[in-house]
Design a protein around this ligand. Structure first.
Ligand SMILES: Cc1cc2nc3c(=O)[nH]c(=O)nc-3n(C[C@H](O)[C@H](O)[C@H](O)COP(=O)(O)O)c2cc1C
Length: 197
């Protein structure tokens, strides 16, 4: 069985940037969710899913939740990119509860990263939704009103992947250590004189 795969769904590229940085740090592949079959997911021990936040939902997360039974023995990490600040615990608790059942929450390690938006790249409906949200923010935070109203923000930065990469590396190291210990025990047993066995 292979160790780790990054799978992502990205509408305008923020999640894709994070997915590729994570894959590079962990020396594994990053594949768009739409190209991945269940059989491929089952080949890995650890799966890292990424999706953008859209109206309180994690884009593409159904690809994970509808296969949850099949993935019950996997180590699962989920990351999001969104414009709500990752320090907003109230929002992310709501989001986490809304997108995952209690059973799923016990199995998932969750990470929230800052996202990006470029009004000029948005489709019509998305521009309308974002327009309303940004108007509200501009009123609450007049000093940055211009950036909100232009809908041009990019908070994506590789530094944010660190906690996730650290978590994944820790788990991978534990697995390596366990494998090494099992190998040692096997070798000791093989080296024992026949009469002591
Ligand atoms: C229509 C629309 C709805 C959004 N809804 C949310 C939201 O509910 N919460 C949030 O934090 N960010 C929200 N965002 C911001 C996106 O999550 C952000 O742009 C993210 O970087 C998108 O990642 P992607 O381009 O990889 O899909 C929304 C953006 C758009 C365009």
């Amino acid at each position: 069985m292979k160790d780790v795969l990054v799978v992502y769904k990205s509408r305008y590229g923020a999640v894709e940037r994070y997915a590729k940085w994570i894959a590079k740090a962990l020396e594994c592949e990053a594949l768009p969710m739409d190209q991945v079959k269940t059989a491929t997911l089952l080949e890995y021990r650890m799966l890292i899913f990424g999706g953008g936040l859209y109206m309180g939902r994690i884009n593409g997360i159904a690809a994970l939740t509808r296969r949850f039974q099949e993935l019950k023995d996997k180590t699962l990490l989920v990351f999001t990119a969104g414009l709500t600040e990752p320090t907003d615990d109230g929002y992310y608790t709501f989001l986490y509860t809304r997108n995952f059942t209690e059973k799923m929450r016990k199995q998932i390690h969750f990470f929230a990263f800052p996202g990006a938006v470029d009004g000029q790249k948005l489709g019509r409906f998305h521009r309308w939704v974002m327009g309303m949200a940004m108007k509200e923010r501009a009123q609450k935070d007049p000093a940055n009103a211009q950036a909100y109203l232009e809908m041009k923000m990019d908070f994506v930065d590789p530094k944010y992947i660190e906690p996730l990469v650290e978590k994944a590396r820790g788990i991978l190291q534990e697995w390596d250590e366990k494998k090494r210990r099992q190998e040692e025990i096997r070798q000791q047993a093989a080296e024992q004189p026949e009469e002591e066995k």
